[in-house]
Design a protein around this ligand. Structure first.
Ligand SMILES: C[S@@+](CC[C@H](N)C(=O)[O-])C[C@H]1O[C@@H](n2cnc3c(N)ncnc32)[C@H](O)[C@@H]1O
Length: 425
């Protein structure tokens, strides 16, 4: 069914909101505020409908031609039709609205969104490398909904170093995987020398994680990489705020190195303010959901005792290196779910707490343990302002209030926003 609809505003996910003639809400992919769009309705439910723009009848001044030929097909970067200069306003408006709706309170008036490069910013990616029947190697992104693969030659949000690396090395990585698999099947490692991979024998789809350290080194990792290749291929060192942080392409790391220093700066300032005003202390830094010990490594000089807690085992060896300086202080790098660590350890001092959970937000038992502890101030780094708002409701019920919030446009051309907030009681 086709309908002409006026877009009222943008909402979470970057869709336009319009009203159907019967008053129901319709979420319109590809529509901008003020535009009159011809919309194909693709989902028609009792309370709402969903559709996508097939024609823009009256166009907004903020509309631009999407840069990527795969816009609308790839599934990522769904905001490319909105002028990059206007995206910060979108993030701010939608984040304020969501926060108001979910918490019945306002974000601070000075909430602002830090911005960086609109293109070529993404320093980490997961791609799929495969070969066609004629032996030609392709790479692309795995599509979220269908699990199909969308091939690309150049992705405009990836750093140019990642694009170049893929162009030059996708075949080599594919062949390396095929030969390694054949070797491990035959258990004769020496057969590797002087052999060519047979690209036609099987339909392999190889998921590869890539990591550009921003300083000339690209690391990569795929499941099944021989342990002897890991250090050379997968490990990398990133320099941030004058410190070298060790990580690898198999584990989490922030994916916008251009803007990361601004987030680090905001977190450092928030930590210093908490210590200075006495709401937190330098007795103990607890970095929960710590990855490779990222924030703790940058802040370690300020604290007497430091604990990092991270579920992914692969991070532990890096966290140990990133925090080891033979300093005269107690450092523990724990590999465990944050909720388990919190239930087994009593935080009975006004420690400085940083939490940086995944998109799903804090596991409920972690949140409960934090509010029962002696922590009076926490720094909450979030990659989903909606789950942050949901968690904030619980913190507020326990007496916390929101002291500060800042947004970081880590993922331009997409509707996602990174956020840093300070809560205290
Ligand atoms: C958004 S990342 C933040 C990592 C780190 N703070 C950084 O900036 O690099 C979230 C991290 O939480 C970890 N994680 C997810 N669920 C967890 C849990 N229940 N307990 C501990 N860590 C968890 C993930 O493995 C990931 O490394």
């Amino acid at each position: 069914m086709l309908l002409d609809l006026r877009i009222e505003k943008l909402v979470q996910g970057g869709e336009g909101l319009a009203y159907l003639p019967d008053g129901r809400v319709c979420f319109v992919q590809g529509g901008l505020p003020g535009e009159l769009c011809r919309v194909e309705i693709v989902r028609d439910k009792k309370d709402f409908a969903q559709g996508h723009t097939v024609e823009v009848i009256e166009k907004s001044d903020d509309r631009v031609r999407p840069k990527c030929p795969l816009y609308g097909k790839c599934g990522g970067c769904s905001l490319q039709h909105l002028d990059s200069e206007k995206q910060a306003l979108f993030y701010e408006t939608v984040t304020r609205e969501n926060f108001r709706r979910l918490t019945r309170t306002e974000l601070p008036e000075n909430f602002k969104v830090h911005t960086g490069p609109a293109w070529g910013y993404r320093n980490r990616a997961r791609v799929v490398i495969s070969a066609s029947k004629d032996g030609r190697v392709h790479y692309g992104f795995r599509m979220q909904k269908s699990n199909g693969i969308i091939s690309f030659e150049r992705c405009p949000v990836l750093t140019s170093a990642l694009n170049e690396f893929l162009k030059e090395n996708a075949s080599k990585i594919y062949d390396e995987f095929v030969l390694n698999s054949e070797n491990s099947d035959k258990k004769k490692p020496n057969r590797f020398t002087n052999r060519k991979a047979n690209r036609n024998t099987s339909r392999i789809e190889l998921d590869v994680n890539l990591f550009d350290n921003g300083n000339g080194k690209i690391s990569y990792y795929y499941k099944g990489m021989p342990a002897s290749d890991f250090e050379k291929n997968a490990v990398c060192v990133v320099e941030i705020a004058g410190k070298k942080i060790r990580s690898d392409a198999s584990v989490f790391f922030q994916s916008n190195l251009s803007l990361l220093p601004e987030l680090v700066d905001a977190v450092q300032k928030a930590v210093d303010e908490g210590i200075a005003n006495g709401e937190a202390s330098d007795a103990w830094l607890i970095d929960l959901f710590s990855g490779v010990g990222f924030f703790a490594a940058l802040l370690k000089d300020r604290f007497k005792k430091i604990t990092t807690v991270e579920r992914d085992e692969g991070c532990l060896k890096h966290a140990k290196v990133n925090l080891d300086e033979n300093l005269n202080k107690l450092i523990e790098n724990v590999s465990a779910p944050a909720e388990d660590w919190l239930s087994e350890n009593v935080v009975n001092v006004p420690a400085t707490l940083i939490v940086d959970p995944p998109r799903t937000g804090l596991p409920p038992s972690s949140l409960e343990a934090i509010v029962k502890s002696s922590v009076n101030r926490l720094i909450y780094v979030s990659c989903d302002p909606v789950t942050f708002a949901r968690d904030y409701v619980k913190f507020r019920e326990a007496g916390f209030s929101l002291k500060k919030a800042e947004g970081f446009a880590f993922y331009p051309q997409t509707p996602h926003l990174e956020m840093m907030s300070v809560l205290s009681r």
